[in-house]
Design a protein around this ligand. Sequence first.
Ligand SMILES: Nc1ncnc2c1ncn2[C@@H]1O[C@H](COP(=O)(O)OP(=O)(O)OP(=O)(O)O)[C@@H](O)[C@H]1O
Ligand SMILES: [Mg+2]
Length: 352
Amino acid sequence: MVNLDNIIGIFTGRKSLYVGVDIGTSGVKVCKLKESKASFKVIGFGKVEYEESYIVGTEIIDFVSLSSKIKEAIETIIPKEKSIAMHVPLALCFYTVISASPSENPEDVALEHIQGIISEEDIDKVVVKYQMLPVSISKERIDIAIAAVKKDILEEYVALAENAGFEVKVIDIEPAALNNQFFLNHPDKMIEPVCLVDIGATFTKIVISFGGCPYLIRNIEIGSNVITEQLQKEYLISYQEAETLKFGNDIDVVSYEKAFDEVISKIVKKIATEIIWAIDNFKDRFEYDVEEVFLYGGGAKQKNLLSLLKTYTNKKLEIGEPFSFAGVVENTEHAVACGLSLRYKGDENAKV
Ligand SMILES: Nc1ncnc2c1ncn2[C@@H]1O[C@H](COP(=O)(O)OP(=O)(O)OP(=O)(O)O)[C@@H](O)[C@H]1O
Ligand SMILES: [Mg+2]
């Protein structure tokens, strides 16, 4: 039986932290932190990229190669560690927060909500967890988080790690990992909602958090790979040339500035539209404006993206730094691994 307790991490006291392993669609990122005297230190982190696609969209297409990459990544970045925390991609999670009256029983409210969205025959195939949040947006109400993940997905991720010789101690949902690393770095941002955007290789993940907890999530099927593909198509160039261009360099047929205006800006606009949509949706549901947006993922490093996204969204935007608590910067792509590495012994919630 899989247990997804403590999906929303609140961390106090001293703990033995697990190695965070982010299995992304472009590579594996690994991170290990240490907690000492109520502050955190970075023991190590790094990324090993795949030579080929082992995951297409949400589907693992080469289980054996992926598993051996996970082994290689952990053994080279944080050797001798066996206990890991990993995540289920946001695209494969259901997550919502509902508000109820304090006089209602949270369990009844959560069950009723779940029954409204998952049919009786599917309920056995899904692991559902709910938790009353330590905060609520409206003082007169209580907020309850509900998370659901299909059992076969959890089993596949656990099998991947076990096949590589590791013991999965915790499985988080990706929005919780992003959220937890954010509040590690910005404990002062509890009182206003914030929007976290992770632009990965395949997907852009949007999480709106409040008071230390995720409230709204959204997955967009646009990532940095789309930029490479569009550049190839538009300028009839090779994959390698498109990658050189994407990384901010001029190539023979076109300058970066021109390619940014003609191709990349259109993709940035689509991402901006989705961010605005998520923020509007949050406002409709919780009557609260979101003013600040933090960008994560390798795609956030795209040259000139930040200023254009600011223009399109009209929000206060900045590049998020998962290790700013330790004074280490320019590692946007390690947000999920960092969030996972906050998981500790006693915080276990995945046992299949
Ligand atoms: N400086 C840069 N400029 C533009 N793109 C970059 C830069 N650095 C990394 N990228 C792109 O970021 C992507 C990798 O980011 P990341 O590691 O966050 O993805 P991922 O976690 O594997 O993907 P996903 O979360 O979608 O599964 C790649 O497409 C890479 O080309
Ligand atoms: Mg990612």
